[in-house]
Design a protein around this ligand. Sequence first.
Ligand SMILES: Cc1cc2nc3c(=O)[nH]c(=O)nc-3n(C[C@H](O)[C@H](O)[C@H](O)COP(=O)(O)OP(=O)(O)OC[C@H]3O[C@@H](n4cnc5c(N)ncnc54)[C@H](O)[C@@H]3O)c2cc1C
Length: 439
Amino acid sequence: MNYSADIPVRGTYDVVVVGAGPAGIGAAVTSARLGRKTLLVEKYGYPGGVGTYGCCTIFFRFGEHGRQLVSGLAEEVIRRMDARGAASLTINDGCGMPEFRRIGDRPLLGKVITKTEDLRVVYHDILSESGVEKLFYSHLCGVIRDGRRVRGIVVDSLEGPGIIESKVFVDASGDAHLVHRAGGRTEQAAADETMHKSVFFMVSGVTPHDPQVNIKRYQELFKAGAVPDKFWNHLGYSYQLDPGIVQLAFAYANGDACSSADMTRMDHELRDRNFEAVEFMKREMVGYEHCFPVNSAQQVCVRSSRHICGVTKLTEELLAKDELPPAPLMYIVRSYGSHSTDQKKGFAPAKRGTLGGFSAIPYGALIPVEFDNVLASGRCISVDECVMDTIRMMTTCMVTGQAAGIAASIAIAGDLSEMTEVPYGDLRQGLLNMHCILD
Ligand SMILES: Cc1cc2nc3c(=O)[nH]c(=O)nc-3n(C[C@H](O)[C@H](O)[C@H](O)COP(=O)(O)OP(=O)(O)OC[C@H]3O[C@@H](n4cnc5c(N)ncnc54)[C@H](O)[C@@H]3O)c2cc1C
């Protein structure tokens, strides 16, 4: 696409990151902390991505099998959230309603529940304190490409369109928008071969009850075909830190996450279905008799969509190997598959498995094949669809973001012309310096 000379150049940076989800925050904070002039572009007005616009408040996969896998910026976020009373471990010791515990100096080995509104502010604070320039309410709408390099991006801000130039660009848009618009190769599974889409929401007014009673009742109703169509085969709920508020998450839709028309259709369907869910809960579940909806995801939330084609692709075969992939950035569990598109056939698709032990995300999965100065991070890196579940959690996405920020910084410092030239030893040391776990 050609852009008119009338569009003004709004700024020139060392590193421009598109998308302020966990991956983009990881990339931008890390790059800025390493002294690079960094801009973070986001279409919403606040940071956090799916986590904060989608009512997805739980940080999963800090650890697995009793071993901590993720630290770095993700742990820093949780420690700050804990200090303001907005993060907690959940413990359900048979008491019915779960018990929430401040984290204190306990290690992060499992899941942590956070308060969404606090998370937005903590992310904002960390970005500002790190020296990241934030350009929110601004939509990436075009890319200026010069052979194997991206020279600039076109951003539609409240002031109007502007061009932003940079030495390195990080695509943390979740849907590989930057690489796609630059004409780079991407991959996307068919709508019925990828994970379903959701609009999570919160209800308030829930009274103390035994969740096991509801789980059992839901299973009976599901078996009897007495739950509404397109409801999961298990009751999806998660207690929030504020009493009486529960996140409900068991309506699903299938469609193309990169089609505005399909996303609009799913938005309508899912919001309708959520009202059905409220009525269902009031009618059938103990403790929910007087519940009412209070908050919902800002848009249809997408687990997996378009991915870059990377120099290395994390495949099922690579995951199954006993040795680690080349240039590992972080450890991941060797499980794959989740969130079938047809929930009536079961929560897990046929291609689900757990191999035990650990694998790792290779640096090459962040490097799009056609570009010398672009990296991807987060859920749009180069992976097989069925291994998405190992890489898509907020914790994991934040680490791949940090890796992108470090690699960009090394490339700039060394005047390297290609992201593939970044010495792995330096990248690894950079991750260790940022308290990431690679031992
Ligand atoms: C329903 C649902 C529930 C989930 N629950 C959990 C959970 O409980 N715990 C967990 O760890 N993970 C959960 N996940 C997964 C996790 O939230 C995501 O995989 C993770 O947020 C991905 O991070 P990301 O930074 O790669 O992308 P995203 O979070 O998708 O962030 C991408 C950002 O880019 C912005 N963007 C996109 N296009 C543009 C553009 N053109 N211009 C400007 N900005 C743009 C978006 O607005 C967004 O802020 C859930 C996912 C879904 C769909």
